[in-house]
Design a protein around this ligand. Structure first.
Ligand SMILES: C[S@@+](CC[C@H](N)C(=O)[O-])C[C@H]1O[C@@H](n2cnc3c(N)ncnc32)[C@H](O)[C@@H]1O
Length: 466
C-alpha cells in the first residue's frame, strides 16, 4: 500500500481520461499529471485512495520518446494547454485511444474499428476565439516567484490556473491565439492599468473589468474585441475605443457586454456596439457566416471544415434527402450540406442562434433550410416529425452532456436510415450510442482534432438503421 508523501520511481504506461497519465505499481493505479507513456519518473505520492493514488513528478529519470519542448513560457501553470510537451503524433494517438476506450468502456462496443484522428494544421495559433479573464487576484508562476521581483497582486488579465477559480495568470503570450490577439491583450492591459480601472474581484464582487473575449474571422481577417464589464461607462468605452483603433487597426469592431450578475460568465443581456458593425464574418467552405459576440461558432475554423466534410461523407447525402440537423447552433452544418439535399430542418435551443442561422442561410442564398428554436427534449416530438416529415438522414451535434434520454428514445422510434453523431465528448456519446445499439449499427468512427495541445477531441460516428 502506497503512503502519502512517499517518493517512488515509476514508468508511465498510458494516457487516461481527460489527459491524465497512469502508471501501475503492484497492480495499483497511480495518476501522474504531465507524465507521458514511456517516461521513467521519480514522483512523490500526494493522495492515496483505496483503488488509486495521485503523485507529482520530482524528476524525469528517462524521458519518453514522445516528449518535446513546450513553446510557451506559461506551460505547466496555465490551464489553456496540457500537452505542449507531447509530440503531436502522440497527442493524436492518445486522442484516438480515448475514443476507443470511451466506446468500449462506456458504450460496451467491442472491436470497433476507429480511424486514426485527423490532425490539425497548423497546431499553434489555431483558435479564432479566446476568452481571457480579469481578476483582482493574481496567480504567480514558479518562475515569477523565483525572480524575486515585486508584483502587483491586485490585477491580472489572462487565463485561470487549473483547479483555482478565483486566481488568474497574467499572460503576455499565448500560442493558441493569433499574434494580433496577443497584441490586443497586451494593449488592453497597458491601457486599463494606466487608467487605473479595477479588475473584478471574484469573491467580493467588486471592480469593473470582467472578461476580454477576442474573436477573429480566420478567412476574412475581421477581428472583434468584446470587453465584458460590470456596468456601462460610455466615456471609458469611447476613450478605449479611440486608442484601440489607433494602436491596432486590425480590430474591425469593438463591443462592450455588461454582466451585472455575480456569475463568472462572459455573457450579459446588455451589449453596446462601440465601433464597427458589432459582428464579424468567417467562411467554412464556400459559405460565409456572421458571428455575433455571444454566438456559438467552432473555435478552429480550418478544422471545422474537415469535421463537416467527415459528417457530410458519413451521411451519404442524396439529392432527394430530407435532413434533420439537431443542435444546429448558428446553422453551419445545415448550410454546409443544404446544396446537396432536398431540404434541411435545424433545431436549436438558443433563439439568437436560430435568428443567426436564418440570416446566415439568407446571406448564402440558401432557401431549402428552416430553423426552429426550442429544447430538443420538448420540441422533438411526434407532432414535430409529422409536420416536417420523416428524415432520411439525422445529424446530431449535442453539447458536452450529450442527449437527453427522451431525445435518444425518440431517435430510436424515428429510426432514420442514416444517422451521424458528432460529439465533443466521446464519453457521453458512447453512453447515448449504447442506448441505441439495438436500433443502429456503427459503420465507421472518425475522430477529428480541433484542439491541439489539449485532451479535447471531436468524434464523428456513422450509423445505419438495423
Ligand atoms: C456543440 S454545439 C453544435 C453547433 C453546431 N452544430 C456547430 O457545429 O456549430 C451544440 C449546440 O446545441 C445547443 N443546445 C444545447 N442544449 C440544447 C437543447 N436541449 N435543445 C436544443 N439545442 C441545444 C447549444 O446551444 C449549441 O448551439
Amino acid at each position: 500500500m502506497l503512503k502519502r508523501g512517499s517518493e517512488i520511481t515509476l514508468e508511465i504506461e498510458k494516457f487516461a481520461d481527460r489527459g491524465k497519465s497512469i502508471a501501475r505499481l503492484d497492480g495499483y493505479v497511480v495518476f501522474v499529471p504531465g507524465g507521458i507513456p514511456g517516461d521513467k519518473l521519480r514522483v512523490r505520492v500526494v493522495k492515496t485512495k483505496r483503488k488509486y493514488a495521485e503523485a507529482v513528478t520530482l524528476d524525469v529519470l528517462k524521458p519518453s520518446p514522445y516528449r518535446t519542448e513546450p513553446v510557451c513560457s506559461y506551460f505547466g501553470t496555465c490551464g489553456g494547454c496540457k500537452w505542449q510537451h507531447v509530440t503531436y503524433e502522440a497527442q493524436l494517438e492518445a486522442k484516438t485511444q480515448s475514443v476507443r476506450e470511451a466506446l468500449e468502456h462506456h458504450g460496451g462496443f467491442e472491436k470497433i474499428s476507429i480511424a486514426p484522428a485527423i490532425g490539425a494544421n497548423p497546431i499553434y495559433r489555431y483558435r479564432n476565439k479566446m476568452e481571457y479573464s480579469f481578476s483582482a487576484q493574481r496567480w504567480l508562476t514558479s518562475d515569477e516567484i523565483a525572480s524575486g521581483r515585486a508584483f502587483d497582486m491586485s490585477f491580472a488579465l489572462g487565463l485561470h490556473v487549473p483547479g483555482n477559480f478565483s486566481k488568474v495568470l497574467d499572460l503576455t503570450e499565448c500560442h493558441l491565439h493569433s499574434e494580433t490577439g496577443v497584441r490586443v491583450v497586451n494593449f488592453v492591459r497597458r491601457f486599463v492599468r494606466e487608467k487605473e480601472w479595477q479588475a473584478w474581484h471574484i469573491r467580493n464582487h467588486t471592480g469593473f473589468l470582467r472578461h476580454l473575449v477576442l474573436r477573429s474571422g480566420h478567412a476574412t481577417g475581421e477581428f472583434m474585441v468584446n470587453l465584458v464589464t460590470s456596468g456601462y461607462d460610455s466615456e471609458r468605452m469611447e476613450s478605449l475605443s479611440s486608442e484601440l483603433q489607433k494602436a491596432i487597426p486590425e480590430v474591425t469592431t469593438f463591443v462592450n457586454t455588461i454582466n451585472r450578475g455575480v456569475a463568472q460568465t462572459a455573457y450579459g443581456d446588455e451589449i453596446h456596439t462601440i465601433f464597427g458593425p458589432g459582428v464579424i464574418h468567417d467562411r467554412i467552405g464556400p459559405h460565409i457566416f456572421e458571428i455575433a459576440s455571444n454566438a456559438f461558432f467552432q473555435t478552429n475554423t480550418a478544422q471545422a471544415e474537415r469535421l463537416y466534410d467527415v459528417a457530410a461523407g458519413f451521411a451519404e447525402l442524396k439529392q432527394n434527402d430530407l435532413v434533420y440537423d439537431l443542435y444546429s447552433g448558428a446553422g453551419t452544418i445545415s448550410i454546409y450540406v443544404a446544396n446537396r439535399v432536398s431540404r434541411v430542418i435545424g433545431v436549436e435551443l438558443v433563439p439568437e442562434a436560430v435568428e443567426n442561422a436564418t440570416r446566415n442561410a439568407k446571406t448564402n442564398s440558401i432557401e431549402n433550410v428552416s430553423f426552429f428554436a426550442g429544447d430538443m427534449m420538448r420540441l422533438f416530438d411526434e407532432e414535430f416529425i409529422a409536420k416536417h416529415g420523416r428524415p432520411d438522414v439525422l445529424i446530431v451535434d449535442p453539447p458536452r452532456a450529450g442527449m437527453h434520454p427522451r431525445v435518444v428514445k425518440q431517435i430510436r422510434r424515428l429510426r432514420p436510415e442514416r444517422f451521424v453523431y458528432l460529439s465533443c465528448n466521446p464519453l457521453s456519446q458512447a453512453r447515448d450510442l449504447k442506448m441505441l445499439a439495438d436500433t443502429f449499427s456503427i459503420e465507421a468512427v472518425q475522430p477529428v482534432d480541433l484542439f491541439p495541445h489539449t485532451h479535447h477531441i471531436e468524434n464523428v460516428v456513422k450509423l445505419r438503421a438495423r
